[in-house]
Design a binder for this molecule. Structure first.
Ligand code: 7PM
Length: 277
């Protein structure tokens, strides 16, 4: 029987790997046309990712990006909400990357059907906000906080710690009223993890998969891939595609990717081979 992830009005069948396209709403440098141009660029990018085959898109106002300067709630709302308005009728579920219940509420009211929270709904009221909505949620593991988490991550057993954290957060969400079919878990590659930690987590992803929730993996262009290959972010496409493929082979249900078309092609080859077994 195929399992389903309930993203509000969208039931997503998990009988094949899904690709979540990354849409960053970037305020800086590039776009000098102000807020309107920034939103239009993000909307255009999201539509392009859907045309490339994205099964869902993840819109982020960069409040939770590693190393990024924190932005105010108003600033985050100002970045994300116009993009959601521009994406009405997109046809695939829209995830919003946020840790703030107020941003969650406003985003859900504008059609977002998934919340991607790098703090796994730690904020007071966050789990209740998601519970009331019918939306899906991605619960991610992070050690520390974005500004400092890469300074000196320390684990005893990284796989067991990440697994136990995700199990506890999923149970807390269920207790708050989020149906199991709406929960996704994510080991949070590079969020307070060394390259060795990331590799161990990927090699033992089966331990996370065994929790029984769909697993989302985000390795796209990350620095661990840079350390392995010696490549800058712009040249990490082959390594990112390899990472996505390895994650899905180890049971990931969703991969979060910048390069949707290439990721889809690689997964199509994997799915075709698996159809032979
Ligand atoms: C700088 C470094 C900028 C890293 C952006 C990033 C994940 C995520 C991100 C993930 C989930 C990026 C990351 N990564 N959400 N948000 N899982 N659920 O590559 O791995 O976009 S931010």
């Amino acid at each position: 029987m195929t399992s389903v992830l309930r993203c509000g009005r969208y039931p997503l069948a998990l009988d094949r790997p899904l690709v979540m396209g990354i849409v960053n709403v970037t305020p800086d440098s590039f776009f000098d046309g102000g807020r309107h141009a920034e939103a239009l660029a993000a909307v255009a990018h999201a539509r392009r990712l859907v045309a490339e085959g994205a099964d869902l898109v993840d819109v982020g106002g960069e409040s939770s990006r590693p190393g990024a300067a924190p932005v105010s709630t108003d600033e985050e709302l100002g970045r994300v909400l116009p993009v959601l308005e521009g994406l009405a009728g997109l046809g695939v579920p829209i995830s919003v990357d946020t840790t703030r219940p107020e941003v969650m509420r406003e985003a859900l009211a504008r059609g977002a059907t998934m919340i991607n929270d790098i703090t796994a709904l730690a904020a007071p009221g966050a789990a209740e906000t998601v519970a009331r909505s019918g939306a899906a949620v991605c619960l991610m593991h992070m050690q520390g906080e974005p500004r400092t988490m890469q300074e000196k991550p320390v684990y005893g057993d990284v796989v067991a710690e990440v697994r136990d954290f995700l199990a506890a957060r999923a149970a807390a969400c269920v207790a708050a009223g989020v149906a199991r079919e709406r929960i996704v878990v994510d080991p949070g590659f590079s969020f307070g993890k060394t390259t060795a930690d990331n590799l161990r987590l990927l090699a033992h992803l089966d331990a996370i998969v065994a929790l029984g929730y769909p697993v989302l993996v985000g390795l796209s262009r990350k620095s661990s891939l840079g350390r392995i290959t010696g490549k800058t972010p712009d040249d990490r496409l082959p390594a990112s595609v390899a990472g996505a493929l390895l994650a899905v082979q180890r049971g990931a249900a969703i991969v979060r990717a910048h390069d949707v078309a290439a990721t889809r092609d690689a997964l199509a080859v994997l799915t075709a081979v698996e159809g032979q077994q």
